[in-house]
Unconditional design. Structure first.
Length: 278
């Protein structure tokens, strides 16, 4: 495994790799790696000859300064975790990626302003900015993203379409802890007890499936009532959407595929999840 910290060195190394006709898979991360990231890397490894993992805490996608400051960082630990399954780690500084700031502006037809976009203004512009720059630096054959960040996945697909890139975007299933909590780097900010508390949201959503209800309002009301029974959890939103358009649906029968997107707080830690209903 090679650790690279500059764009120039990255392009130099990748140029040699591409000249040999090898395929490249990219796994973009913000570090604080966990088994969910490992699953993405292993998937990339199975489909490409060379795997690049980027580790970069992107300041542009944080809407709260405190969240950026407290985001977990441990590069040494991350490198030990993936050294046997990764070929190249790209871990640049903010100055390397944004030497003169950022002026990019993206328009995703309003998709960037709903759900997470409504709660975190400018978040997806920041996501698109860093992902597009990584695509410029690396020019991968495929890039891998988790379905937990379902809206982000849709934004990335639109980004590739708009920029006319020949990159395959591979969506990978949510990886969960044994209690059902979706794996997230932010879970590291929670105590063991609070992780168990956080898992109650997933339990409530799964329990709602047993209602046999098709009206999404009935499902949402049930989930909200269940979550209220647990102290220390504050539900920010629970929305059931068409998995193709990301628009809210009134009934499970309204779309071919329906997923529930949820954001909630456990103390001062904000988490999100995506659960498929059909």
């Amino acid at each position: 495994m090679i650790l690279i910290e500059t764009i120039a060195k990255l392009k130099e190394v990748l140029s040699r790799i591409k000249s040999n006709g090898k395929t490249i898979g990219l796994v973009p991360t913000m570090g604080a790696l966990h088994p969910g990231h490992i699953s993405l890397i292993k998937k990339a490894k199975s489909e490409n000859q060379v795997v690049v993992v980027s580790i970069f805490v992107n300041p542009l996608q944080f809407d709260r300064e405190e969240d950026l400051k407290t985001y977990p960082r441990d590069l040494e630990k991350d490198l030990l975790l993936i050294e046997d399954i990764t070929d190249i780690v790209f871990a640049p500084t903010v100055q390397e990626v944004f030497p003169s700031g950022s002026t990019e502006k993206y328009d995703f037809g309003g998709l960037e302003n709903i759900l997470e976009g409504a709660s975190r203004p400018g978040h997806f512009n920041g996501v698109a900015t860093i992902v597009n720059r990584l695509f410029d630096y690396i020019e991968p054959n495929k890039a891998y993203f988790g379905e937990k960040d379902f809206q982000q996945l849709a934004i990335i697909n639109l980004l590739v379409e708009q920029t006319k890139r020949d990159i395959g975007i591979v969506s990978c299933p949510v990886v969960r802890e044994t209690n059902g909590l979706a794996m997230s780097s932010r879970n590291q900010l929670l105590s063991f007890a609070k992780r168990n508390i956080a898992s109650k949201v997933y339990v409530a959503i799964n329990k709602s499936k047993q209602l046999g209800a098709t009206q999404t309002k009935k499902i949402a009301d049930f989930v909200q009532a269940e979550v209220k029974k647990t102290e220390h959890i504050k539900l920010e939103y629970f929305t059931m959407i068409d998995d193709a358009t990301l628009q809210p649906v009134d009934s499970l029968d309204s779309a071919k595929g329906v997923v529930a997107c949820v954001a909630f707080w456990v103390g001062d830690v904000r988490l999100i999840d995506t659960i498929r209903f059909k």
